[in-house]
Ligand binder design. Structure first.
Ligand code: G3I
Length: 303
């Protein structure tokens, strides 16, 4: 096939992109979106500061716009994200009582997942909970500080009850390199969850890479996590300067692991990227395919 989503589907995978609700009216943007991608991730619209800016009052308009549009076109949707230390409203980070926070967290997960029940293929239940550069420590956050290490397990258990059909993912960055201490910390958590029956179905590797692309052992990392009995997904791919080899290597790593179920790039055109200055995506500012597009398509097996 000649498009990313159609080609990925030939091996049962998806090829997705982050989508911003405010750009759906841009014809260049939406044309590429519908031609190339069969999964979408709302870039900001499902985050806590967008969905529950004030306690108990939920806003789903912008996220609904993305989900309804995608569903009508047969595109699948990843949910991003339920529990994250960033883009968190001040009323949550200001909570000082553990029981209050536990109730607030469980209510947030349950309400958002219920709203989208049956329409999300994978949810990033917890995002970026591990600290950088250390072996297995969680980063400070109101969740970690008040609820302790167990907040992640609590979030996953609540999520399973809310939408039993959705795949529940742990999502993080800088866990692509197998020997990194952070990778090992996440690996131990997933192994422990599987051993104790804590519900977890997938691990998301954000894959925000520098010009060198993925570490040489990225495929090993994906395979080792998959061997624990979870799916693995590349969830936020972008690569500084978008070198063709780096994109091809990333796609090949996923294609080589049967439980790598899909790839999402973090935006469509370079101008849509959170790192626009690095031109890290597959389409240029005018919406033309860049050389990295062809290398990604070829690595998927397309022409
Ligand atoms: O919506 C407000 C707007 O009302 C306001 O006028 C404007 C002024 O700054 O800000 C707008 O919010 C911005 C938001 O994107 C929506 O455009 C925020 O400032 C900006 O910080 C936010 O950036 C997002 C970032 O997450 C926040 O952490 C990026 O778009 C988004 O690509 C990025 O995505 C994250 C993933 O969720 C998690 N992994 C890392 C990745 C990159 O940082």
């Amino acid at each position: 096939a000649s498009t990313l989503g159609t080609q990925a589907a030939q091996t049962g995978r998806y090829f997705g992109t982050a989508v911003a609700a405010g750009k759906l009216g841009d014809g260049t943007y939406s044309t590429i979106l519908d031609r190339e991608f069969n999964s979408v991730t709302p870039e900001n619209e499902m985050k806590w500061d967008a969905t529950e800016r004030t306690r108990g009052s939920f806003t789903f308009g912008p996220a609904d716009q993305i989900v309804n549009r995608a569903t009508a076109r047969g595109q699948r949707v990843r949910g991003h994200t339920l529990v994250w230390h960033s883009q968190l409203p001040g009323w949550v980070s200001g909570i000082t009582d553990a029981n209050t926070l536990r109730g607030v967290m469980n209510n947030h997960i349950t309400t958002v997942m219920n709203h989208y029940k049956g329409r999300i293929h994978s949810w990033d239940v917890v995002n970026e909970a591990f600290a950088d550069g250390t072996g297995g420590q969680h980063r400070p956050s109101v969740f970690q500080n008040l609820l302790g290490d167990g907040f992640i397990e609590q979030a996953f258990r609540t999520a399973r009850s809310a939408d039993p059909a959705a795949k529940l993912c742990y999502n993080d960055y800088n866990i692509e390199n197998w020997s990194a201490a952070k990778t090992q910390g996440v690996y131990r958590m997933v192994r422990d969850f599987k051993a104790r029956g804590v519900p977890i179905d997938c691990v998301g590797f954000q894959a925000h890479f520098g010009t060198g692309g993925p570490p040489s052992d990225f495929q090993t990392t994906l395979a080792n996590f998959a061997a624990l009995g979870v799916d693995v997904q590349i969830t936020e791919l972008d690569i500084a300067q978008a070198p063709t080899t780096a994109y091809a290597n990333t796609v090949r790593a996923c294609m080589s692991v049967s439980r790598c179920t899909g790839i999402t790039v973090w935006g469509i055109r370079d101008s849509d990227s959170w790192r626009a200055g690095e031109n890290p995506l597959l389409f240029d500012r005018s919406g033309n395919k860049k050389p990295a597009f062809q290398s990604a398509l070829t690595a998927l097996g397309g022409t």
